[in-house]
Design a protein around this ligand. Structure first.
Ligand SMILES: Cc1cc2nc3c(=O)[nH]c(=O)nc-3n(C[C@H](O)[C@H](O)[C@H](O)COP(=O)(O)OP(=O)(O)OC[C@H]3O[C@@H](n4cnc5c(N)ncnc54)[C@H](O)[C@@H]3O)c2cc1C
Length: 494
């Protein structure tokens, strides 16, 4: 039987492994450089007893298969939370989504946002926007662009929006409905994105990573940890590890960042145009800073967005609200998990970032100066690869590199294996692994990597389940496959 080697024990690699086992395959092995399973979806408990994710992980599943995996692994050991999101700006809390709650702003800013929105919606055509920057201006107008969309997105992506494409947006950015915005202002209506339809599951103990640890247990006898890939000889079909070990494969599945795989690891002479194309892929890094506080939690909020420059983070999560077991004692402690992005356009100082975050929490009104004495834990995790940037040329790069690899039996999938931010959450990545195995073993088409998100009026019913021309897998486009997977791919929630 052919041997499948899987590089990376994050959600993608685990999805592939679990599905292989389910299909009765035995000749496969997963390798990871870490001493633990889970990749970016891992969690850590610090010495003070606080549990941290690598950035607050919220699970919104689009797939029945993923739901079944979660149910099997977690049983009843999870909590269901209602998402409650806010934006902190101009010394006030604005409910998310921003564009539907302009009335919370000071009058001058509210006027600028509304006036810009009317002009944009009546005069601009976002279909002609060439990049994300132009898309922001054309859809939201000058006021929202200036006060929220541009500063916030730069803080998240650490790249100018003109470098980014607009295809990734889909359900990620709630596009505005002008009538709704006006109505909310005139009728003084709240228009929040939370409610019974916005529940998310979270493991009771051990954070997000507990789900992947348990999933890993299902394939434990196929996993080798502490094994860092140094290079791949694609001609001989061999993987070499930094400890000198070598394994042979027939098929290679890789969740290693694609730019590193093609740019540095491929031995045997990858053509220059492949190496160079992959090197053009861009990403941001991220510092995840956890602050444990010896006080009862003061808020019911889930997470908050921060567009202003009085704090380094773009997002803060009340992680202790996700489950009662995230701190040493739920009645006496709470925790804030803060995410700060980094790139060549937005450098950070890792030596001072924890203090800068604490000061930012004070500046933005989450903490008082007097709360410093109650900070009993600080935690820092630096993710070298945090967000795959959807640049303007990304899909062309993928359309060049991915087919070349696949012709040589190498399947690059996952958050940084496929580089598609729009399908790089945990549910998407686990399913990228599952669907790849179904393609290899059963000849079924992969849906997720070809999923295209169209930008519609409300941006929330926008998933188009078809293979885009630049789906990236190198497969010819197949007719009528869009809904063949109806049992696995659920429509995006409303
Ligand atoms: C800040 C942040 C917030 C997020 N929030 C959410 C969220 O709210 N909801 C959600 O669903 N998802 C979220 N995600 C995304 C989620 O973490 C990813 O979908 C998921 O972890 C990607 O899985 P993967 O297997 O593709 O990649 P990874 O998790 O990155 O796994 C890749 C694995 O490859 C291994 N590897 C890399 N190089 C080598 C090498 N040379 N040798 C051996 N092994 C190697 C790594 O150690 C790693 O374990 C977030 C991610 C980040 C960074």
């Amino acid at each position: 039987m052919e041997k499948i080697v899987i590089l990376g024990a994050g959600p993608t690699g685990l999805g592939a492994a679990v599905r292989l086992k389910e299909l009765g395959q035995d000749n496969f092995r997963v390798y990871d450089r870490n001493s633990y399973i889970g990749g970016l979806a891992s969690s850590f408990t610090d010495e003070a007893g606080f549990t941290w994710d690598i950035g607050g992980h919220v699970m919104f599943s689009h797939y029945e298969y993923y739901d079944k995996c979660f149910q099997r692994a977690m049983g009843g050991e999870y909590q269901e939370n209602m998402r409650e999101c806010w934006i902190r700006m101009m010394d006030r809390w604005v409910p998310y989504p921003f564009q539907n709650n302009i009335r919370y702003l000071p009058p001058q800013a509210a006027y600028e946002c509304l006036s810009g929105l009317v002009k944009a919606q009546t005069q601009a055509d976002h279909r002609s926007a060439q990049n994300f920057g132009e898309f922001i201006d054309a859809v939201f107008g000058e006021g929202i662009a200036k006060h929220f969309m541009r500063p916030y997105n730069f803080k998240v992506w650490a790249h100018p929006p003109e470098m980014m494409n607009k295809q990734w947006i889909g359900e990620r950015v709630a596009v505005v409905d002008i009538d709704r915005a006006l109505k909310n202002i005139i009728l003084e209506q709240d228009d929040v994105a939370w409610g019974p339809n916005n529940l998310f599951k979270y493991p009771l103990r051990g954070g997000t990573g507990e789900f992947y640890r348990r999933l890993g247990n299902e394939v434990a006898d196929h996993v080798t940890l502490d094994s860092s890939v140094e290079y791949v000889d694609w001609r001989e079909k061999q993987v070499f590890f930094s400890d000198g070990k070598m394994v042979k494969y027939d098929t290679l599945v890789s969740a290693i960042p694609l730019d590193l795989l093609c740019g540095q690891m491929l031995n045997g002479g990858a053509p220059a145009h492949i190496r160079e194309a992959a090197r053009e892929l861009r990403h941001s890094s991220g510092a995840m800073v956890g602050i444990g506080i010896k006080q009862p939690c003061p808020s019911t909020k889930s997470w908050m967005y921060f567009p202003e420059d009085n704090c380094p983070f773009y997002r803060v999560t009340y992680l202790s609200n996700y489950s009662p077991y995230m701190t040493p004692d739920k009645d006496r402690y709470y925790s804030l998990l803060c995410e700060v992005s980094e790139s060549e356009f937005k450098p950070i100082d890792r030596g001072t970032i924890v203090e800068e975050v604490i000061q930012g929490l004070i500046n933005s009104g989450l903490l008082q100066e007097s709360d410093r004495k109650d900070i009993v834990s600080t935690w820092l995790y630096y993710a070298d690869y945090s967000y795959p940037t959807p640049t303007v040329d990304r899909d062309d790069i993928l359309a060049t590199v991915i087919p070349w690899l696949e012709e040589r039996g190498i399947y690059s999938r996952g958050r940084f294996g496929m580089w598609k931010y729009e399908v790089s959450n945990t549910d998407h990545t686990l399913m990228q692994g599952v669907e790849l195995v179904d393609r290899l073993m059963l000849g079924e088409p992969e849906i997720t990597i070809g999923m295209r998100y169209a930008s519609t009026q409300d941006g929330r019913q926008a998933a188009v389940h078809e293979r885009s021309v630049l789906a990236g897998s190198g497969d010819p486009r197949r007719k009528g496959t869009a809904y063949a997977y109806a049992d696995k791919a659920k429509p995006v929630d409303g």
